[in-house]
Design a protein around this ligand. Structure first.
Ligand code: DAH
Length: 339
């Protein structure tokens, strides 16, 4: 019996010393020390020994069990260390490896140009309002004093949804909406998409973007319009920029003008950018026509106003040297990722 015990103990200790992982360890525990384990069975069989041998055998048995248990604890610690080392080796981060590159998009050049325009006007006290892209003939033409026979009303120029509803051809109807909804003083800009029945080419797109400006107050003058546009042009194109008003006609302003800026590339000398003239056309502007004020419920005897409208596409094209408006709407990443 004693020999058997010692042998079993040795066997168990040797096996434990070889165990390599937690699972193996657990199997050995069950095999020797579990309820039906070999050592347990042997101890249980001590009941059949003659009485006088029992105390001594009990001592030996306890000794062997303690030895096996301490070998088990040793093995557990050893395996714990091994597994930790393996985990550390596996989970190490190699900080010398190149990082994963994150492809970040850029703002569309139109959005960049618009952000800049907005920043300048917000800095001058304007707030930004928006109007719908689908608007009425009344807001887009009638209220803006457009004669009934004005050519821009033709189907060949304007996209009609039905007789009364169109895709707006300009941002100017937002002037009407603003004056109908707000009491002066009014100082707003309104950017957005516009639509005209144009065949696309390098300078025309059936969808394009405008930015409208409107100021209505007591005593606002053409001088305020000129001064404000001059400040705007200098912010946008540099402090030496000059502006020039050329007489023009718009139904909703009187007097009306087209406003040019000195070419920001040559400074007015004449170059390919300005086609040799030294000037670049920037926008349309004028004093709000009394009829328009009256249409919108504002008394032209008390209030006066000025307005302007510009093509954002053209400004973006000039700023970034883009020579074809269609590039702005084709969504080609080879083009867009340059900005
Ligand atoms: N709506 C005009 C256009 O599309 C631009 C314009 C000119 C707007 C003069 C204005 C303005 O507000 O006063 O050509």
């Amino acid at each position: 019996m004693e020999e058997k015990l010692q042998l079993l103990g040795k066997e168990a200790i040797a096996a434990l010393a070889e165990a390599e992982d937690v699972k193996e360890l657990e199997n050995l525990r069950v095999k020797y020390l579990g309820k039906k384990g070999e050592l347990t069975e042997l101890l249980r069989s001590m009941g059949s020994l003659p009485k006088e041998e029992r105390p001594r055998m009990g001592q030996v048995a306890n000794q062997v069990r303690e030895q096996v248990e301490s070998a088990m604890n040793e093995a557990r610690k050893r395996i714990g260390r091994l597994e930790m080392e393996a985990r550390i080796a596996e989970e190490t981060i190699d900080i010398t490896m190149p990082g994963k590159t994150f492809v970040q998009g850029t703002k569309h050049p139109l959005t960049q140009a618009l952000d800049e325009l907005k920043a300048v006007f917000i800095g001058m006290g304007f707030s930004v309002v928006e109007g719908p892209e689908v608007d009425t003939v009344v807001n887009n033409f009638d209220m803006l004093n457009a004669p009934k026979n004005h050519p821009s009303r033709e189907m060949s120029d304007t996209f009609y949804i039905n007789e009364k509803v169109i895709l707006r051809t300009q941002t100017s109807p937002v002037q009407v909406r603003t004056m109908m909804n707000t009491k002066p003083p009014i100082r707003v800009i309104s950017p957005g998409r516009c639509f005209r029945n144009d065949t696309p080419d390098a300078t025309h797109s059936p969808m394009f973007n405008q930015l409208e400006g409107l100021v209505v107050d007591k005593g606002s003058t053409l001088g305020d319009l000129k001064g404000s546009l001059e400040i705007f042009a200098r912010h946008l194109f540099g402090e030496h920029t000059q502006i020039k008003f050329r007489p023009h006609y718009f139904p909703f302003t009187e007097p009306s003008a087209e406003v040019d800026v000195t070419c920001f590339k040559c400074g007015g000398e004449g170059c390919s950018m300005c086609k040799g003239s030294g000037w670049i056309e920037l926008l349309g502007a004028g004093m709000v026509h009394p009829n328009v004020l009256r249409n919108c419920g504002i008394d032209p005897e008390i209030y006066s106003g000025w307005a302007f409208g510009m093509g954002i596409d053209r400004i973006a094209m000039q700023k970034y040297g883009i020579d074809d408006i269609r590039l702005l709407y084709e969504n080609d990443l080879r083009f867009l990722s340059q900005f």
